[in-house]
Write a protein that binds this ligand. Structure first.
Ligand code: HEM
Length: 344
């Protein structure tokens, strides 16, 4: 312990000498040293001050008692990031095969230019909306489990508990991908390929002696789905902001629950509606089912639509009332779980 205090002092000295750390970090360092003197645990000590100083230091400058390799690297983010990578890979392979390789093989059409923007802009929203659905799915499953068991005094399965503890990370990743999707979408008219296509369409229209290209149906579809997308992104931004510790600390538990639940389901609804309206009548058009594969927006909206459907069923008065009773401590006669009361 003595040694560690000494080492931390060294860190501070080095740091002041070489980089003149900002006052905030120094204050944090001193505070933690004081806590240490008062008998705080070693682990707490060795994490905070060094983390605040680490960005400006070489690994070799750390005290010998500190090994960077032993410090966990974003432990709460690892699983969500891996999940996001897998989902993106699946979405990419599916979209690539369907939108790029299939036209090349069957029609000798080179659509490889679509990969950087058009393909990616299907992968991003697909993954984003799936992650968003995965934020709300465990809550719905937990409600179903409580209804089934007829008590709140029994533990959820470990995987469900772990899943619930990762919802914030999943939601923030969904938000990040949604932002990227919005930027990609808004960049569509800037692309050279789009300008060429526009010119070609105009030329074809002149050839067909068509004066007006306006299609009322399509205009409405686009106005509505873009508007829903923007609203969805706005609500997601509010959710992300409210999950910041500096904001969430100012809310009481009920306010936080209200914001996360109400805004969360609103965002999920708006984003799902956005993708569904984007699909419009494409659902029933035969040509959309290339090689019998459904378009990506159908696959993307399946899970979110299921979550919303289950939530709607759970919100029905008969089930909602039962759930409310259970959450207030009521138990179905003869149900198991009383022995676990203390664990919740
Ligand atoms: C400023 C906000 C938004 C704009 C401007 C926007 C725009 C678009 C556009 C232009 C498309 C069609 C893409 C294409 O032609 O390939 C689209 C599709 C889609 N968007 Fe958005 N969007 C926004 C927000 C969101 C949000 C927040 C989500 C949910 C996470 C979302 C999910 C989807 C999905 C799932 C599709 C269907 C993609 C597919 O075909 O597989 N969008 N959006």
């Amino acid at each position: 312990m003595e040694r560690d205090t000494q080492d931390l002092g060294d860190v501070n000295e080095h740091h002041e000498e070489r980089f003149q750390l900002g006052e905030v970090e120094l204050a944090g360092l001193q505070l933690t040293q004081k806590e240490h003197e008062e008998g705080e645990t070693l682990s707490r000590l060795s994490q905070r001050p060094l983390l605040s100083a680490a960005f400006a230091m070489e690994e070799s400058e750390f005290p010998s008692s500190v090994s960077l390799q032993d410090m966990p690297l974003f432990p709460k983010w690892q699983l969500p990031l891996k999940l996001m990578a897998v989902l993106m890979l699946v979405a990419f392979v599916y979209t690539f095969l369907r939108d790029v390789l299939q036209p090349y093989i069957y029609h000798n059409k080179s659509d490889f230019y679509k990969i950087p923007i058009l393909v990616l802009n299907k992968v991003l929203p697909w993954t984003s909306i799936t992650l968003l659905a995965l934020v709300y799915l465990p809550g719905v499953l937990a409600s179903l489990l409580q209804l089934h068991r007829g008590t709140k005094y029994s533990r959820f399965p470990v995987c469900l508990e772990n899943w619930m503890s990762l919802r914030k990370q999943l939601g923030l990743l969904a938000f990040l991908l949604a932002c990227l999707h919005a930027i990609y979408s808004l960049s569509y008219p800037m692309r050279r390929s789009y300008r060429y296509k526009l010119l070609n369409w105009a030329y074809q229209q002149v050839q067909q002696k068509k004066e007006d290209a306006w299609i009322e149906d399509d205009v409405w579809r686009m106005e509505i789905y873009i508007s829903l997308g923007i609203l969805g992104l706005g609500v997601l931004a509010l959710l992300a902001i409210s999950s910041l510790p500096s904001i969430s600390d100012t809310l009481n538990w009920r306010e936080f629950q209200f914001v996360q639940r109400t805004l969360g389901y609103t965002a999920l609804f708006l984003c799902t509606a956005h993708a569904l309206v984007y699909g419009w009548r494409k659902w029933v058009e035969q040509k959309q089912y290339v090689c019998y594969t459904p378009p990506s927006f159908i696959l993307a909206t399946f899970l979110p639509a299921m979550v919303l459907l289950m939530k709607t069923v759970l919100a029905m008065p008969c089930l909602n009332r039962r759930l409310d009773h259970i959450r207030h401590g009521w138990e179905r006669p003869g149900c198991k779980g009383l022995s676990d009361k203390d664990s919740l």
